[in-house]
Design a protein around this ligand. Structure first.
Ligand code: PEP
Length: 253
């Protein structure tokens, strides 16, 4: 089964709206003329989403939110609903990034609520899972990651499962310069695919795109993506510079 690769950038708390526009216009130039482009996704801060959607028009670059809330409206200060994102032309949403889990107390149950809400609309969810260093050192990587996947998918309808993208992001590799080796990434991502297969069957598991994230960059993206269960990369730091992001895209093109 050939799965179309996805190169995604998570900008976190970086770039104003005008910096976002400049980046996207530069990136459009860099990728013009590249053959066989992978799917491209940029997740800027929420205040730059509208600008990003506008700048990315007709470029094939999809724009995603870094977070969503599970209610549509009401007294939830600071939150943003899936309907609001859809109305801007945003097409994707990250869910359960490890920074949301660690810094903002997001639980597996929250991730599940967010996923179900996203799937009730039109956004494509990118669900992030990954073990902390202590989990890996204790030999608990499998247990933790499989549990996160199972808990995230609770109550997901079979017909919606096909829309989900997963990202394996070992917490110890995020923003640290430490990357999982291609073998390490592939081993966990194969396991994730099998655990999704156990829930939704082999056909869904076969189609599922699983990205690797954690200090991915121009120097290692090609090796990571050469692995059978690595269907692209979710890039933090190295997605902030249009040249380095374009190099990663070239590695997949
Ligand atoms: C991320 O935030 O999803 C990420 C993978 O960050 P970095 O590439 O900087 O490790």
């Amino acid at each position: 089964m050939t799965r179309k690769q996805i190169i995604a950038g998570n900008w976190k708390l970086n770039k104003t709206a005008s910096e976002t526009r400049r980046f996207i216009l530069t990136l459009k130039n860099r990728i013009a003329g590249m053959d066989a482009l992978p799917e491209l996704l940029i997740c800027p801060p929420s205040v730059a989403l509208e600008t990003a959607v506008d700048a990315a028009r007709k470029s094939g670059i999809a724009i995603g939110a870094q977070n969503v809330y599970w209610e549509s409206s009401g007294a939830f200060t600071g939150e943003i609903s899936t309907e609001m994102l859809e109305s801007l032309g945003v097409s994707h949403a990250l869910i359960g990034h490890s920074e949301r889990r660690a810094l903002f107390g997001e639980s597996d149950a929250d991730v599940n609520r967010k996923l179900l809400k996203v799937l009730s609309g039109t956004l494509i969810p990118v669900v992030c899972v990954g073990e902390a260093l202590a989990d890996r050192e204790a030999g608990r990587t499998e247990e933790i990651v499989v549990r996160q996947v199972k808990n995230a998918f609770l109550g997901v309808a079979h017909e919606h499962a096909r829309r989900i993208v997963l990202a394996y992001e070992p917490v110890w590799a995020i923003g640290t310069g430490l990357t999982a080796t291609p073998d390490q990434a592939n081993a966990v991502q194969g396991l994730i695919r099998r655990s999704v297969g156990a829930i939704f069957g082999g056909a869904v598991a076969d189609e599922l795109r699983i990205l690797y994230g954690g200090s991915a960059g121009p120097n290692n993206a090609a090796d990571l993506m050469a692995e059978s269960d690595v269907d692209g990369v979710l890039v933090g730091g190295a997605s902030l510079d249009a040249d380095s992001f374009a190099e990663i895209i070239r590695a997949a093109a």
